[in-house]
Design a protein around this ligand. Structure first.
Ligand code: UD1
Ligand code: CA
Length: 454
């Protein structure tokens, strides 16, 4: 852990997002932007993280829980004003503060560490992280002296025509010596194009006092991109997904088409797994080794074992053990546990059920609220009738049972080990182990009927 506190600015409404949701809660690659920033701060070893909230503050606090300390900025009077709100919390802090923005989700722990180390090595009072932007529109520009030192930062709206041509920008990420920061903030005014208290003005103020200010350049501009609009959010999404895909491929996962493979940051995938195109693997999902997932599959909070083959499948909040095959067109709903080597064919839905080892659901089944044993064969069109319009009931099917095609199992009902059910049955009573149950009208034959027909 470093002697480092972070202050993360997240009070702005994000007007340009045109949203009821505070900007920093908009997700990129499955995670709120603010969460990406917090994860980077934690990864860099910050000892405290303070988030400044304002617009939608309660929502932001709820989403982040106990991961940070929070300070409320009641009125959004600018980034300098936002940082000032943390003064009471930091009055005894003698070390370094890194200020981050909640809308820069591409920042990494490595970049924060690089900034911190550069700041310390320079012995500066303030250090700004800069980047060379291909399109600097909207960013504050870095104004340097003839000697190349940072003189001050000028916002887009206050910049002259000449200054706007500068493509070295303020990333919105800085290191400050804590007590110098608050002393300078007290002198920041709001006589500018936006009538706001600008945090970047602190640099000019410290410099005028004769203090050392410094700049560290980011290796690539991407990691510092600030997200102000939905278009920019989609750009961040692409970069985050690309980073994740590269990490996966480096760890031995084959992605047939990385551009159409969408894997959230926390998803783990084992080696020699192949992911086919148009596949989404979302938060909480773990995929084992040697699997083939996709094409066109989506798993969310699913624990998938080794050697699983799934195509055109959707599973959420479920467990799928080793060697399971499923698809096409399968829906595994919450609280389902599919044990080893189960075979699930086409057009099958499983909900809140256990399916035992080696059992087959080859085509057109609905298995809801059921406990199905091992090596069971469920014929085409088997349906658990689990709902009477008011309440849900469970179905139990023992090991090695054989259920004929088009059977309705009207729950609550139990089918014993090794029992057989004739095709087309409506089963309303328990079927004991070792018996054959047939629950359908007998077939009648009317001889000569065709000829007698008028
Ligand atoms: C800011 C910088 C700009 C920099 C850019 C980098 C200022 C004045 N400008 O501009 O130099 O190039 O970031 O992305 O700092 N916020 C608050 N309270 C406020 C105002 C803003 O908490 O009163 C928060 C926002 O929620 C956001 C962050 O501060 O997370 C930055 O604010 P934003 O309005 O996006 O600043 P930019 O115009 O992008
Ligand atoms: Ca911004």
């Amino acid at each position: 852990m470093l002697d480092l506190v972070t202050v993360i600015l997240a009070a702005g409404k994000g007007t340009r997002m045109k949203s009821k949701l505070p900007k920093v809660l908009h997700k990129a690659a499955g995670k709120p932007m603010l969460q990406h920033v917090l994860d980077a701060a934690k990864g860099a070893g910050a000892k405290r993280n303070i988030v400044v909230v304002g617009f939608g503050g309660e929502m932001v606090k709820e989403a982040m829980g106990d991961q940070a300390e929070f300070v409320v900025q009641a009125e959004q009077l600018g980034t300098g004003h936002a940082v000032r709100q943390t003064e009471a919390l930091l009055k005894d802090e003698q070390g370094t503060v890194v200020v981050l923005c909640g809308d820069t989700p591409l920042v990494t722990a490595d970049l924060i560490t690089k900034l911190y180390e550069g700041h310390k090595a320079a012995g500066a009072k303030a250090t700004v992280l800069t980047a060379i932007m291909p399109d600097a529109t909207g960013y504050g520009r870095i104004i340097r002296t003839a000697d190349g030192d940072v003189a001050r930062i000028v916002e887009q709206k206050d910049a002259t025509e000449e200054e706007r041509k500068i493509n070295e920008v303020n990333s919105g990420i800085y290191c400050f010596e804590c007590q110098d920061l608050f002393a300078a903030l007290a002198q920041v005014g709001c006589d500018n194009a936006q009538g706001e208290y600008y945090l970047p003005d602190v640099l000019g103020i410290l410099r005028d006092k004769g203090e050392k200010i410094w700049a560290v350049a980011a290796d690539d501009y991407e990691s510092t991109l600030g997200i102000n609009s939905r278009l920019q959010l989609s750009g961040a999404e692409k970069i985050l997904r690309r980073r994740k895909n590269i990490e996966l491929m480096n760890n031995g996962v084959t992605l047939m088409d990385p551009d159409s493979t969408f894997v959230d940051a926390d998803v783990e995938i084992g080696p020699d797994t192949i992911i086919y195109p148009f596949t989404w693997l979302e938060t909480g999902t773990v995929v084992g080794a040697g699997c083939e997932i996709g094409p066109n599959s989506r798993f969310s909070n699913a624990k998938i074992g080794n050697d699983v083959h799934a195509q055109f499948a959707y599973g959420h909040d479920c467990i799928i053990d080793d060697g399971v095959t499923m698809g096409p067109y399968v829906h595994i709903r919450p609280n389902s546990h599919i044990h080893n080597h189960v075979k699930i064919g086409n057009f099958v839905e499983v909900k809140n059920s256990q399916v035992g080892e080696g059992t087959k659901l080859p085509h057109l089944q609905y298995i809801g609220d059921a406990d199905v044993g091992a090596n069971v064969n469920l014929g085409c069109g088997t349906v658990t009738v689990n709902y009477d319009g008011k309440k849900k009931f469970r179905t139990t099917i023992g090991d090695n049972a054989f259920v004929g095609c088009n059977t309705s199992l009207v729950a609550p009902v139990e089918v014993g080990d090794g029992a057989y059910i004739g095709a087309g049955s409506v089963i309303t009573k328990n079927v004991p182990s070792g018996t054959l149950a047939i629950g359908r009208a007998r077939q009648k034959l009317i001889e000569g009927w065709t000829d007698k027909r008028e």
